[in-house]
Design a protein around this ligand. Structure first.
Ligand SMILES: Nc1ncnc2c1ncn2[C@@H]1O[C@H](COP(=O)(O)OP(=O)(O)O)[C@@H](O)[C@H]1O
Ligand SMILES: [Mg+2]
Length: 298
């Protein structure tokens, strides 16, 4: 089976045309959350009151909702990286059929990056300010892929090209402070896909970026899904992002999933007042453009 970055890199290097898409493996979900509850262990307060969804190859699940509604905690639970004191107190998270609560630290280390990976907001805080970009991604490639120095360099350059950074050779030798927010976010995506994950969690990955760069990053994610069957969890407080990218959407409010379903159904025919409120708030940002509502020229 061809991996995410292989397909991407092939395309980026323009060596031949991509073949027909492989039939997705629908047997075991890549990621499955069932009634996940998360509590703050310091006071026992439950913060997330049951989240369920299933991710199959190429599927994109969106989580929307106001700030503080539990979107990031849900992602962190799926990645096994809840903040200190927080714990999953109910339900289960399975990655490729394995309940993550049974994973040893060693197994987790093997899974992270290689099976499930993530990109968060504020890319600068995830990079070491004193190391050149190339070296930071090379570290992932060398550890996860076991490549030698030269092969790692080649792969890093190809990854930087694959996320559409214009001058990969230059970026390779630059420090984080020399890059714009949009470039840093691309670098983080390059690092996140460096080990060919099957699942990518993008938590507000485009929130801090201006609209144009945001659109470019979303295109890039859509591309990864299309070309390589990458499954995505996309968290955003922006309904337009979800309308553009997601097959299924979960609307969260105060730790509760108030509405969930196919994106079109939820956005065209919302059942919950809170979803309706979110939609009306976003109407002015051109949601119709993404939905292509009947009666409107596109
Ligand atoms: N590291 C943390 N320490 C203390 N409280 C936290 C922490 N992370 C999240 N919370 C609390 O948990 C709730 C949900 O947070 P979060 O999942 O980050 O929301 P969202 O991503 O939807 O904005 C919030 O009320 C927040 O204050
Ligand atoms: Mg968040």
């Amino acid at each position: 089976m061809t991996t995410v970055s292989e397909k991407l890199l092939t395309r980026a290097e323009e060596t031949g045309t991509p073949g027909p898409a492989e039939p997705p493996d629908r047997a075991v979900p890549l990621l499955s959350l069932r009634g996940v509850r998360i509590a703050d262990g310091s006071d026992g307060r439950e913060i997330v009151h049951g989240v369920s969804f299933e991710l199959t190859p190429g599927k994109v699940v969106g989580i929307v909702g106001e700030s503080g509604s539990g979107k990031t905690l849900t992602c962190r639970a799926a990645l096994g990286i809840l903040p200190p004191h927080f714990e999953v107190t109910g339900g289960s998270v399975e990655i490729e059929g394995t309940d993550i609560s049974t994973l040893t630290p060693t197994r987790w280390t093997a899974l992270r990056g290689a099976t499930i990976s993530a990109v968060f907001q504020d890319p600068a805080s995830y990079l070491n300010p004193s190391l050149r970009i190339g070296r930071q991604i090379a570290e992932v490639v060398r550890v996860k892929k076991g490549l030698g120095r030269r092969a790692a360099r080649e792969r890093v350059l190809a990854l930087l090209r694959a996320v559409h950074l214009r001058d990969p050779e230059l970026v390779h030798d630059q420090y984080p402070f020399e890059l714009s927010g949009g470039m840093l976010q691309r670098v983080l995506i390059a690092a996140a896909i460096a080990a060919d994950p099957r699942i990518l969690v993008a938590d507000e990955a485009t929130t801090a970026l201006d609209v144009t760069v945001q659109a470019e990053i979303l295109d890039l994610l859509a591309d990864l899904r299309e070309r390589a069957g990458l499954a995505l969890v996309v968290v955003s407080h922006d309904l337009a992002v979800v309308a553009q990218l997601c097959d299924e959407v979960l609307v969260m409010r105060r730790g509760e999933v108030v509405e969930q379903g196919p994106t079109r159904a939820v956005l065209d025919d919302p059942r919950h007042d809170y979803t309706r409120l979110l939609i009306s708030e976003h109407e002015q940002y051109g949601l119709e453009k993404f939905l292509g509502r009947p009666g409107e020229e596109s």
